[in-house]
Design a protein around this ligand. Structure first.
Ligand code: SAM
Length: 469
């Protein structure tokens, strides 16, 4: 039977150290314990025997522990708990109020956080004043709790299990029901235990995966290993109010880009034209279509293309999105090139989104002389949002220089640069935004359709024609 016992201490021992607490379990069966409260120096520290465990044994985490408590008249209980909220135990699964040893209806015990309260002098001025005003004695009592695996946070479990002194990370990205981790080498022997802990401690997570290699070079997806839970990789997520479904193991999805998706989509209006060159499963294209834009979305990965189409249907924007499964350069020099002349004559703004940060800046050469056979016009030129990674000390200048080189046209002072996020130490993701110069679109560069590894010579040619117009 789980129950009660409060251990009254007349005076708080001066040597009392902060201790740990957890789920309530009154220990009748520990005679003498009341007189010798054992306070652990670290709150919620699991037993030492769990160190090195590779297969999760939840029972091994169970222990009894003693915490300080105040005996409070029931009539002022709510007010006292409110006044002491900085000092009471705050932990899921652990009650803040329990019955006292007599199980009297006139008193309750309010459990305190042993990290914060080790003697009556631990209370703040305001707390002490509140206790006086409610006539609550500041004398500390002790209460024994049974702590179990369920009462521990994932970091506490992992810190107790993994080798001491080594980095313990329980960080993961959440993609629908999938928790996606990036474990270090020293954590790999514990990977199944880590997966199980993450799943246990995060409601809604039913699958934990570990990224097994660096991002796949072509389609930007990862190889992953299931650490715990179901092997279902088809995730359903909501981003900025839009629902997406996709096979997370076969397409690119990054929950950290939601702000960036929103930032760009907010610049798009009803009736605008949007060309999404590296569309993935649609996080720019679909919200833009929902706003009433006419979208052409492209991705080279057949799986992304398939899920892009699926998501268009899911969000009822099939009629606003035409999707393509082409290489980005072929998309620019095919469908985009076909549509652009008419759009340049129209009123609606034209946006070109290029989110493939590892390579997109190099794809800008596909615009050189794209419309060289058309009569040059200055109106309604497309706005390009081109993403790039930079490891440079001055990432703004770096990405502008690279974009300029690729376009064969100096963008300095003709573009804006937005810092998107830091992706790794010394590696930033940037977005260069600019109006596609007419000098680039209409330049007569014989080689304009050739993908170029060395854009410098072409630049000369385009710049020359630039200066002559
Ligand atoms: C970084 S992801 C961005 C996806 C999406 N726009 C987003 O913001 O989440 C880049 C996408 O480009 C696609 N991709 C890679 N190389 C490509 C290429 N040469 N042409 C077209 N798409 C490509 C990948 O399959 C991937 O879906």
């Amino acid at each position: 039977m789980l129950l009660t016992r409060i251990f009254a201490a007349v005076q708080t021992p001066s040597s009392l150290k902060p201790a740990a607490v957890h789920r309530s379990f009154w220990s009748e069966a520990r005679p003498g314990f009341a007189l010798k409260p054992i306070m652990e120096p670290k709150l919620y520290r699991p037993p030492l025997e769990v160190r090195g465990m590779t297969s999760l044994d939840k029972e091994a985490f169970t222990q009894n522990i003693t915490v300080p408590a105040l005996r409070v008249p029931t009539r002022v209980l709510n007010k006292v708990v409110k006044s002491l909220k900085k000092s009471t135990i705050q932990r899921p699964g652990v009650p803040r109020v329990v019955q006292d040893k007599e199980e009297s209806s006139d008193f309750r015990l309010v459990l305190l956080d042993p990290h914060k309260v080790s003697s009556p002098s631990s209370f703040s001025e305001a707390e002490a004043e509140a206790l006086r005003s409610f006539s609550v004695a500041e004398e500390l009592h002790y209460y024994e709790l049974r702590l179990t695996y369920d009462n521990l946070k994932s970091e506490e479990v992992l810190e107790a299990v993994l080798p001491q002194g080594q980095d313990v990370t329980s960080a993961f990205s959440r993609v629908g029901h999938i928790a996606h981790m990036n474990l270090r080498d020293h954590q790999l022997p514990y990977r199944n235990l880590i997966g199980q802990v993450i799943m246990d401690k995060n409601p809604g997570v039913t699958c934990v995966v570990n990224k097994m290699n660096i991002i796949d070079s072509t389609y930007r997806n990862f190889k992953m290993e299931v650490l715990a839970g179901e092997e279902n990789m088809v995730a359903k997520v909501k981003e900025n109010g839009v629902t997406y479904e996709f096979d997370f193991s076969r397409v690119y999805w990054n929950p950290r880009l939601s702000t960036e998706h929103q930032r760009v989509v907010q610049l798009i209006k009803r009736g605008d034209a949007v060309f999404d060159v590296f569309a993935g499963v649609g996080p720019f294209a679909i919200p833009a279509a929902r706003l009433g834009a006419n979208v052409l979305a492209n991705d080279l990965n057949p799986e992304s293309y398939r899920w892009l189409q699926h998501n268009c249907k899911l969000n009822k924007v099939e009629s606003k999105v035409r999707s393509f499964n082409l290489d980005g350069r072929a998309f620019i020099q095919g469908p985009l090139k076909q549509e652009l002349p008419a759009l340049l004559k129209g009123e609606a703004s034209v946006h070109v989104v290029m989110n493939l940060p590892a390579l997109a800046l190099e794809f800008l050469d596909a615009f050189r002389g794209l419309l060289h056979q058309e009569p040059p016009c200055e109106e309604n030129l497309p706005t390009v949002y081109c993403y790039g990674f930079s490891k440079d000390d001055d990432p703004d200048t770096d990405v502008v220089q690279r974009a300029s080189r690729s376009l064969g046209f100096p963008l300095e002072n003709r573009c804006s640069v937005h810092f998107v996020r830091n992706v790794a130490p010394n590696k930033d993701m940037m977005c260069v935004r600019f109006t596609l110069p007419k000098e680039v679109l209409f330049c007569s560069d014989d080689e304009h359709t050739e993908p170029s590894e060395e854009p410098a010579p072409k630049r000369q040619k385009c710049e020359e024609s630039t200066h002559s117009t």
